[in-house]
Design a protein around this ligand. Sequence first.
Ligand SMILES: [Zn+2]
Length: 839
Amino acid sequence: MHQLRLCLLLAISTIFSLQAQQPKTYNASEIYEAVQKLNVLGSVLYVAAHPDDENTRLISYMSNEVKARTAYLSLTRGDGGQNLIGPEIRELLGVIRTQELLAARRVDGGEQMFSRANDFGYSKHPDETLEIWNKDEVLADVVWAIRKFKPDVIINRFDHRRAGQTHGHHTASATLSMEAFDIANDASKYASQLELTETWQPKRLFYNTSWWRYGSQEKFDKLDKSNMLNFDVGVFYPSKGMSNNEVAALASSQHLCQGFGRLSQRGTQQEYIELLKGEPISEGNNVFEGIDVSWNRIEGGEAIGTILNSVETNFNFKNPASHLPELLEAYKLLQSIKDKHWKTVKTKELKTIIEACTGLYLEVSANTPTAAPNSEVKLNMEVLNRSTVSIDLVSYKLSTLESGNAKNMTLSSNQKLNFEEGITIPNNSNYTTPYWLNTKSTLGMYNVKDQSLIGLPETPRAVFVAFNLLVDGTPLTITKPVIYRYSKPDKGELYRPFEIVPIVSASLGHEVYIFENDHQKEIEVTVKAGKDNVEGFVQMAYPKDWQVFPQKQKIDIASKGDIQNVIFTVIPPKHQSEGLLTPMVNIDGEFYTDKIIEIDYAHIPFQTVLMPSESKVVRLNIEKEGSNIGYIEGAGDVVPESLRQIGYNVTIIKPEQISPENLDDFDAIVVGIRAYNIVDDLVFKQRFLLDYVKEGGNLIIQYNTSRGVKVDNLAPYDLQLSRDRVTDENAVVRILEPNHPILNFPNKIGVQDFNGWVQERGLYFPNQWAKEFTPLLAANDKGENSKEGALLVAKYGEGNYIYTGLSFFREFPAGVPGAFRLFANLLSAGKQKESTLKN
Ligand SMILES: [Zn+2]
């Protein structure tokens, strides 16, 4: 099953790899669909909390069947989840999920918006969510999204009446959307936004309900649905050769880092929305009832509608360019429309259609994928008119230059024009990086002050070219970002965004360095040049009771893109201590302290992220017994690296290697998170693991989800997993068995070891267990009863079986000292000498 899913993911990512990178071009069917959409002046905003929450069936239906301008407002970027396709977590995972949402919208035809809310992890109740998010700022962002997008209709994914029954972020997204609906039209609310936009009152707000909201299809069938609309989201689109549900499946299958690759569905299927606010619907299933969504909606629109409806009715699939005279006439009329909002939206759509009809090819490619400020770049421009319509290139203007270049050339049909332009990247250019990561975020919020950036899915490109054209006598300006185009023998033609990077960046090998005693460690700094001939020094900022040698080291890198490694000796203090290590590169008196992270997957465009280069250093007061640890991989955690950092030899045991002989030598065996949910072979190998315990081994199993455990004998005795979790990372931990060896050897564990934990205490704790188990700890979230299943130990034969739902997989990457000390005790279980036992 797992294998099959992986193959599917790969197949899907291959199909869409081209789409993710290449500039979009339109075939005749797509131009026709765009004309149909051009003739609808209605809009729908879908609201939820996370990447993947969105119902792509309904988004695709609104976009492709209703032809409404449709957007998804995801309050967060999904930083808090797990990554199934690579090592990126937290902010970097948010960058991937942002791009996956954009990839999904490229498939279903929607647009994408965000708020500044940070996905801080699981939350049980919206009240808790809104305490951690800055409620006022997130509400402001929802209001901002409504005022900017001006939706006629809002559809919530989640039910505001279900607080506590789903993720708190979900319910919060619904309640905030309800509140914003009521105040977006009130000029006294968030008045400063009105310098950039206008107030707006959406007509209706719906909740996208479903049978599962009511427990069963049967119960849902019996429900009074007079307050609901329904749509057949299985409708077939001949112009696409696909039905709506197939489009939707392709869209949601873009969420690859969440393992959302899925099968498509065909055939009729009903989707329901329940009216919560706004004008009642008198009959039928028209969400826009009472709004004229034709061109007649706007003053001066009627004449435009007459032209464009005729284009739609008589569309020439063989030669879309034959419509250019009408399209240009409509374009001219559109420019004198008073309604600023629709003028902007429809001008953009119409320009795309005109460009597509002429087969215009406008491309600006740089001779390098990256450049530092003040460096020179050669741009190659390709300009080509692939129609018989008369097109002149009047001039073009680079965003980095004060004035444009006059050209005054006629673009003869299918005669390619290439010209080169050398530019210098301005010294004050912003680096290419996600704007929401420019300043440090808090647990609950990204810090973005520039109102015009708030809500945008990505940072606007800094370098672009505006082509000023005369298309059949009509002036038209088309803007293209600078890209980098190249090819690989095994991949074909590839595109990358052109990016501005610092002249130098520096990175450390690990996010966290653990010092298990007072011995010094050698720590390597990798310095990368963003331009040729980088000369300077590297020095290190470090906590005050630590020492670093030498004070500074020279660097001299001849070529852009090349790296130089320098090694510093770091000496920890004698006592427990933690702090930050930051490499600082000094070039001509200026300090550079960022690292560059590159994210490269086939299904999304190449991403460059600049982040402060800093690693945590931790001097631990830790004792440990044993040295050889076997590790069985689950869904992926950094336990092996973390245990190596504190001096253990860790051997990865592949499922097929699990045999009595191979397990013998290990002092302890650790099972990775969710291994029993995803590793099929454990069904056959579990008996060897339990035998290993019986013979005196020490087995530590980390959390598995309660649903879908592949083995019947997870433990040697009865053990029932549940969905019990403690999400508050500061929840008080009560020590139930202070004298138990596991809490005393070799480290004395106390409540102070639970300080500084991140994101949560733990998850999927067992809630029932046999009498052989001893629960060692108890904790609970506010208002809940005590959960005692976080750490359970049982003697089995000569050995120890330990099951723990504590979130070591989150605490290790954050360098939390107490988590390391407690885990060292789990690994040392049963190794206490007879003599110490007697004391
Ligand atoms: Zn969600």
